[in-house]
Design a binder for this molecule. Structure first.
Ligand SMILES: *Cc1c(COP(=O)(O)O)cnc(C)c1O
Length: 395
């Protein structure tokens, strides 16, 4: 426990012990940054040595309301003393309340609760197969929808997919992103749904042409194909609106959400239009919509409203991108994004930027090899943004 430790030697011993245990006992799947984090508040996190970092990763677009927001912490504390888990064999007031809140912010009709982004995508794909009676999917190049076998079969990148093939859905057609005609050609008699991220996250913060999703919606309507939006990363204010679909004025038939949904607590969900639903017994999740997760999600939604974080996300995003664009750097190819979902494409692999920034107190994430993905908590201050831009410039 860090609380009992004072001397630098103790801290070094603690650090070494964490490293050793991880290397011995944890499957080595992650390329981790060599720091041990122990605390966080707002847009800042601290490692065990007390070194502070401005967090532009936010647990991969999860901590939209910042680390340990007091409203979320209090809601979890209050709920944990009452009831943590009962399963979906029973009703709870808090789950009903959250479902109502989600219907209101998504504009969809019904919710199914689960625990992660991949699980939400699995559910969305099952639902699409159920209501369409068809089995194939059309997905985009550079898409990312999760690591379970089903979600993986509509995820594009070969290092994620190839070792685990054949896919469950052998009928996924990948098409270039932001090319509506390609979708028109790819849809066949057997296509259940088109699956798209309204802005691609993992694929490099790719913002589509403004008319793209509208055209895709029309194509889906003409061909009787369902449209699934994966809003796992783009949801809950990340791009300056509750959900990214609002920027494009397009409604999907089914949408998935997770990451920032419960203010840092694990949770996911599917939302769907009125006539699209599972019937009794057709889908389930033991932990889905647990009272604890629901309390965290309701509190997080309240914080986004109370602190006007949608507006903050838009303003901060505009400020951040403006500052980044004012850097006159030849090694930057493009700066793109919406709200506080920002990509800085560099001419070189960006992992060395990440190391330099971390050493200088800024956490950055490099995705798609050469895109710095900036997804800080929405309440990051202008001063913190200035510091981040300074560090990126030096890097
Ligand atoms: C992160 C992510 C997922 C997967 O979420 P997990 O919670 O890691 O399973 C799916 N889709 C998108 C767009 C994501 O960003």
């Amino acid at each position: 426990m860090t609380e009992d430790i004072t001397g630098p030697q103790d801290l070094q011993a603690l650090y070494d012990s964490v490293m050793e245990k991880d290397s011995k006992y944890v499957m080595q799947t992650y390329g981790r940054q060599p720091i041990v984090l122990s605390k966080g508040t707002g847009a800042l996190v601290q490692d065990i040595y007390g070194k502070e970092y401005i967090d532009c990763v936010a647990g991969i677009a999860v901590n939209n309301v910042g680390h340990c927001h007091p409203t979320v912490v209090r809601a979890i504390q209050a709920q944990v003393e009452k009831l943590m888990h009962v399963s979906n064999l029973y009703y709870t007031e808090i789950q009903a309340e959250l479902a109502e809140a989600l219907v209101s912010i998504t504009g969809m009709m019904r919710i199914f609760f689960c625990n992660s982004g991949a699980e939400a995508m699995e559910g969305a794909m099952k639902l699409a197969r159920l209501v369409s009676g068809k089995s194939a999917f059309v997905a985009a190049d550079h898409s990312f929808h999760g690591r379970t076998i089903g979600a993986l079969s509509v995820t594009h990148r070969s290092i994620y997919r190839d070792p685990f093939m054949p896919p469950v859905s052998s009928e996924t057609t990948f098409v270039p992103y932001s090319d509506a005609d390609a979708i028109r050609h790819a849809i066949s008699e057997s296509t259940a749904a088109v699956i798209l991220e309204p802005i691609q996250g993992e694929g490099g913060v790719n913002v589509p042409d403004p008319e793209y999703l509208k055209e895709v919606r029309e194509i889906c309507d003409e061909t009787g194909t369902l449209l699934i939006f994966d809003e796992v990363q783009t949801g809950f204010g990340r791009t300056g609106t509750w959900f990214c679909k609002e920027h494009f004025g397009v409604e999907p038939d089914i949408m998935s959400m997770a990451k920032a949904m419960a203010g840092g607590f694990p949770m996911g969900a599917i939302a769907a239009r009125s006539e699209i639903s599972f019937g009794r017994g057709q889908h389930a999740s033991t932990f889905g919509g647990s009272p604890l997760a629901c309390a965290a999600a309701l509190a997080s939604i309240e914080v986004i409203k109370e602190e006007k974080l949608l507006k903050r996300s838009t303003e901060n995003g505009t400020y951040f991108m403006g500052k980044l664009r004012s850097m006159d750097r030849e090694d930057i190819v493009e700066i793109r994004g919406k709200g506080l979902m920002i990509g800085v494409e560099t001419k070189y692999p960006c992992s060395k930027f990440v190391d330099f920034a971390r050493e200088n107190g800024v956490l950055l994430n490099c995705t798609s090899d050469s895109v710095l993905r900036l997804v800080p908590p929405l309440m990051i201050t202008k001063k913190q943004i200035d510091t981040v831009v300074d560090v990126i410039e030096q890097a």
